[in-house]
Design a protein around this ligand. Sequence first.
Ligand code: ADP
Ligand code: GLC
Length: 475
Amino acid sequence: AKVGGLADMVGGLTQDLLAKGHTVEVYLPMYHSMRYDLIAGLEKVYDELWVPHFGQWVSEEVYAGKIGKVPCYFFPCGDRFHRDSIYGYDDDLYRFVHFNRAVLEFMTRKEIRPDIIHCHDWQMGLLPVLLFEHFIQWGFDRSRVVFTIHNIEQQGACWYGSELLGSVGLDCRNYFSFERLRDERQPNMINLMKAGIVFSNFVTTVSPTYCRDICTPEGGHGLDHILNHHHAKLGGVLNGLDYDYWNPETDSHLALNYSADTFKQKYANKNALRARTSLPDEYRPIISCVTRLVPQKGLDLIRHAVFAVLEAGGQFVLLGESPDEKVNNDFRALGAKLIDNPNVYIEIGYNEEFSRQIYAGADMFFMPSLFEPCGLSQLIALRYGAVPLVRKTGGLADTIFDAEYSDRGFPNANGFLFNDPDPSGVDSVIKRAFKCWFFQGEAFRELAYHGMLCDYSWRRSGKDYENIYNHVKVK
Ligand code: ADP
Ligand code: GLC
C-alpha cells in the first residue's frame, strides 16, 4: 500500500529488524487499492473482533499474510477502507482512530504484548493515548510506543474532537488541554499528531535536519512549542533505503541489469527509456522527476525546470500524480502545450515499474522540494546512478553533497544542490550540472559512480532505531 516514501520506510525498516533477529509484525488497514498480488498466503485469521464504535460494539474481521518475510495483519474495519484511494476522504480521522482501537483490541484478544509499538504519522497518533489510558490494565504495562513523524504538515486536526474521541470510547474532556491534545493554532480543535508526540515514549523524525526544522516556528506548523517541550525524547534518524528491493543489479524491470562496476550497461536503460517515451536518440542528458505532485515538491519549480532543461539542450521525463485532479490537468496541459517538442515526456499516474526504468535510464534526477522530511527518491536515484539535483533542505541536505561546493569535495560528493526555491535557483543548478555533463563527461560519470557507492541502506539507520527501542524498553 504505497502512496510515497512512508511505504518504502516501513518496508525497509521491518525487513532490517527482522534480519537483526527481532520479532516484527506490521499492522495496517486493509486498503482496497493494495497490491494484493504481493501478499503471500493472505487468509482470514479472526472472525469476530468486537470493537467499540459510538457506544455500540461492532464485529469485524482480521486477515494476515506475508510481504517478503514480514508477517502483516490487515484490518478491513468493516468496509471503512474499501475505497479507491488510500487517503483523502472526509471521514479519514474516524476511519483511522477506529483502526487504532481495532489494533489494540486484536492484540488484547490474541495476547500479543509487544515490547515496542512503532506508530507512524497522525493516523496512528491516538494509539499511545488508548494504550496508556485504557489498555494498560489488560497487561500492556510493559509495552512502549515510538512515534515517527514523516510529515508534520499533515496533523489530523479537527474541531469535532469530543465526537471523534467518543467514537472509540475516550472522553474528550480529559484530553482537551494544551499539554495534551488541544491544538495551539486553532484552540477549538484537537490534534492527533500532537497526541502521538505527547503520549509516546520516544518521537523520531526521518532526518536530523528536518528534526531541527520542525522545532522552529517556521518549520513546526504549530507543533514546535510542544516538540521543544518534549525535546528530551525527540531525535532525527535518517531513513535508510531497502537495498535489496531497489537494486539495479537484480531489478527485473530493467532492460539490462548493472552495478557501479558495470556502469556502462546503464546506457542500455537510457535507450530503453527513450524507446518507451519516444524521446529522440541524440547526444543529450535525460533529467527525470518521479514524484507526488503536491505543493511540498515544488510544483512551480518542476514546471520551470521543464523549460530550463529544454533550453539547455536536455530531455525531461516526468512521472507524477496528484490527489488534486486540477494539478494533474495542469501538468497534462503542459504536456499538450509541448506536444511538438520531442524532448519532453510527461506521464500522469502512479507506476512503480516505470519509475524503476526512469531511475535506471536517466542521467540526472530532479527534486526541488520546498521542504523534505527525508526523501527516498534521491536515494533511489543514487543507487541507480542518476545524479540528484536537489534543493538544500531537510533530508536532501543530509544525503546529497554538492560536486563543487560541498566541504566533502569531489569525488566524495554525489550531486548538485541549490538553495533558493525560485526560478534562478533552478536555472543555476541545471546550468552547473549540464556544464559538467556536456564538457566534463568523465567527471560526471565519476559523480554518478560515486553516488552508486554511497551507503544509505538500513544497516546504519536500523541500528539507530534498535538503540531507541532499547532505550525506551522496560528492562
Ligand atoms: P514522499 O514520501 O514525500 O512522496 P519520498 O521521496 O520519500 O517522498 O518517496 C517517494 C516514493 O514514492 C519513491 O519510492 C518514489 O519512487 C515513489 N513515487 C512517487 N511518485 C510516484 C509515481 N507517480 N509513480 C511511481 N512511484 C512514485
Ligand atoms: C514523507 C516525506 C518524505 C519521507 C517519507 C518517508 O512522505 O514527505 O520526505 O521520505 O515520508 O519517511
